[in-house]
Design a protein around this ligand. Structure first.
Ligand SMILES: Nc1ncnc2c1ncn2[C@@H]1O[C@H](COP(=O)(O)OP(=O)(O)O)[C@@H](O)[C@H]1O
Ligand SMILES: [Mg+2]
Length: 337
């Protein structure tokens, strides 16, 4: 999507329109798990409704699988929507239908032959591990099982794109990771592209390959998940990252460190692929600066590591400056004030 704007009429007469999406451009490639994170009200759900054509953009261009959808008539939009699956926070299952009937529903709407529907429902329920629940009703299932039915239903017609709007936000942490690993299989084994909307950074960390941070209807930062987590550039992204990243002391923790340790407090940040942690200690030792490790942590993002070490340094001011400058050539150095 390019330069997309969506504004809603003012809620009160004479008020300003609500600009829910304010000039957003995102390119999702086939096979991506593209995470979109933002606080409540950032515009995430609006974005999803624009992609599946439930709402029309005020301006800008949205291309889904090669089709420009912003000016499509409802009839042609239905064809495009046939290639998009959708799952929701509240699952949106039909409570009066069995699990099997829920999964069959989109196939029935598409007018597929009965034998094909039966075969496909069996296949999908096996894929999500719910073959034994086919005859149950949604009320008889746990939240995680309901979402697995939601996933089976969303994928029944073999769409190439799955939109997941806060799909794990109503689930406890254990069930969340079960659903996330199922979504990982959906991406890897079925090759389905996923747009993953969430306000939880942990969800992005475990599943997404790329991430865009939304704030006030705009994308304030985007990139490879590892890059954004290890080096966030925007204050809003840094706040999200700090909810899951280990090893950076919070302002309150910095105050505590100060009362416990003398000297200058400096955080060294590392990204994978080098042995710079060890080199920091060697460089400091070589200059005769006294140092003490006071805080730290290592993070793993889909198999790649990055970390932060905070040291209290004591010695001559100029000597410490010289050492920090040298270390700054291979590690990110942040003095904590
Ligand atoms: N149908 C609507 N009419 C008016 N304002 C809306 C409508 N839908 C969303 N908004 C407003 O757009 C903004 C973004 O909402 P939403 O996309 O639901 O955010 P998120 O999903 O990130 O919480 C909010 O300020 C919300 O109040
Ligand atoms: Mg929302």
């Amino acid at each position: 999507m390019t330069d997309v704007v969506k504004s809603y009429p003012p809620s009160q007469k004479g008020g300003d329109p609500v600009v829910a999406i304010d000039g957003v451009s995102i390119e999702v490639e086939h096979g991506d798990v593209y995470g979109i994170i933002g606080y409540s009200g950032a515009g995430k759900s609006t974005l999803v409704r624009l992609v599946n054509g439930l709402e029309k953009a005020t301006s800008g261009s949205i291309v889904v699988n090669g089709t420009e959808i912003t000016s499509l008539k409802e009839r042609s939009m239905r064809t495009v929507r046939g290639d998009i699956g959708m799952i929701f926070q509240q699952f949106n299952l039909f409570n009066s239908k069995t699990v099997a009937k829920n999964v069959a529903y989109p196939l029935e709407v598409a007018g597929r032959p009965a034998a094909e529907i039966t075969a496909r429902v069996t296949e999908m329920l096996a894929f999500v591990g719910l073959s034994d629940k086919a005859k149950n009703y949604p009320d008889q299932l746990s939240g995680g099982q309901k979402q697995r039915v939601g996933i089976a239903r969303a994928l029944a017609t073999s769409p190439s794109l799955l939109l997941a709007d806060e799909a794990t936000s109503a689930l406890d942490p254990e069930t969340t990771s079960e659903v996330l690993s199922l979504l990982d299989r959906v991406n890897r084994e079925l090759g389905v592209t996923i747009i993953l909307i969430t306000h939880e950074m942990d969800v992005i960390r475990s599943l997404a390959t790329k991430v865009a941070v939304m704030d006030g209807g705009r994308i304030v930062e985007r990139g490879d998940v590892f890059d954004v987590f290890s080096r966030p550039q925007n204050p809003a992204s840094a706040r999200f990252v700090s909810t899951v990243v280990q090893g950076v002391p919070s302002p309150v923790e910095v105050q505590t460190l100060r009362t416990r340790h003398d000297g200058r407090i400096v955080t060294f940040s590392f990204r994978d692929g080098n042995n710079s942690q060890a080199q920091v200690f060697l460089d400091l030792a070589a200059t005769g600066i006294r140092f003490e490790l006071v805080y730290g942590g290592i993070n793993d993002i889909r198999g790649r590591a990055f970390g932060h070490l905070t040291l209290a340094l004591q010695g001559e001011y100029a000597a410490i400056d010289a050492a920090l400058a040298r270390i700054g050539s291979y590690s990110e150095v942040t003095e904590v004030h």
